[in-house]
Write a protein that binds this ligand. Structure first.
Ligand SMILES: [Zn+2]
Length: 97
């Protein structure tokens, strides 16, 4: 069996391990519901990917949960619509910038 000839110091060990660490996962916003999700994956909250519904999110839920989720989705949809409506800039706002 190979046996180490000399002791490796803590410094040497730590220098070797300086590249070993976990990175925070990169998250993007779902364009449909605005939740933070992993990029290039189907959104687990609304079941949409590239503007197409891939998963029926409401299918597995119980009646009570389904009603709650539908309500949440409606509220988010309204918020999204309000945000898009606010977009047109007035001359006053443009002059401020
Ligand atoms: Zn989503």
């Amino acid at each position: 069996m190979a046996v180490p000839k000399q002791k490796h110091t803590k410094s040497r060990r730590n220098k070797r391990r300086m590249h070993i660490f976990t990175k925070a996962s990169v998250l993007t916003k779902c364009p449909k519901c605005g939740q933070l999700i992993l990029p290039h994956t189907v959104c687990p909250y609304c079941g949409y990917y590239k503007g197409v519904e891939v998963i029926d999110v409401l299918k597995k839920l119980t009646k009570k949960e389904r009603k709650k989720k539908e309500k949440e989705m409606k509220v988010k949809k309204r918020e999204g619509e309000e945000k898009t409506k606010e977009k047109p800039l007035t001359w006053e706002k443009m002059s401020q910038k």
